[in-house]
Write a protein that binds this ligand. Structure first.
Ligand SMILES: [Zn+2]
Length: 221
């Protein structure tokens, strides 16, 4: 019997509407362009609970029992990630400690109408939108790990640094996400129109990713 593996348009639309509801509620806890110093494990947990209730009927917290952490930046040995990707990492999932980790340094940047951030295929005009989509992304890693700890060994998961077909399908089906990365700027026909130019991001940013104007950035592992 054939079954559909690609969500229909209406399924994606439903996901967008759910995200709108999440973002509305999330503003009770963080402003649209919050300061990165406001990021805390408690705030992340509150936002993840909103996402969990909206998309998964609260089963994420029950089944996965995740932890949340905030660090200054991604550190340590990260295989398969370029130096730029490490510097610009906004979040990651640490399977051994079952922890969703967010990196403050990555949240200095401020999306806008002129320069949105495309997070997992969704255009975000504010940091908060970007944050909840990034949280959803890390929740997918956490779900895979808890449902099947051995998935890390499977090519279908570990391809593309943990963003193989297993991740991509779940990310699409649960959250309507069509990508596993974040990028800056508007794009047309799948091509980036505006590349990273961190010099014009929020004043005071000391990001060191501007060595090349032609680099795309990826989310952490
Ligand atoms: Zn990821």
């Amino acid at each position: 019997m054939a079954f559909k593996v690609t969500p229909t348009y209406s399924t994606k639309l439903k996901a967008r509407l759910k995200w709108q509801a999440v973002i509305k509620d999330a503003q009770k806890h963080l402003s649209l362009n919050f300061c990165q110093s406001e990021l805390s494990p408690g705030k992340l947990q509150v936002l993840a609970t909103l996402i969990d209730k909206t998309f998964l009927n609260g089963s994420f917290a029950k089944a996965c029992k995740p932890k949340y952490a905030v660090q200054e930046r991604l550190s340590g040995n990260v295989t398969n990630l370029s130096e730029t990707a490490v510097l610009n990492a906004v979040a990651g999932f640490e399977p051994d400690s079952n922890t969703l980790i967010f990196f403050k340094k990555g949240w200095q940047r401020k999306p806008s109408l002129r320069r949105p951030v495309q997070a997992d295929g969704v255009y975000c005009l504010s940091k908060l939108e970007w944050l909840v989509h990034a949280l959803g992304h890390e929740m997918v890693h956490c779900i895979v790990h808890n449902a099947c700890p051995k998935a890390r060994e499977y090519d279908a998961y570990k391809t593309d640094n943990g963003h193989g077909p297993i991740f991509m399908r779940l990310n699409k089906h649960i959250f309507g996400h069509s990508s596993s990365q974040y990028k800056a700027g508007w794009s047309r026909l799948g091509q980036l129109q505006v590349q990273w130019d961190t010099s014009s991001w929020e004043a005071g940013s000391s990001s060191s990713s501007s060595s090349s104007s032609n680099e795309e950035e990826q989310q952490g592992p």
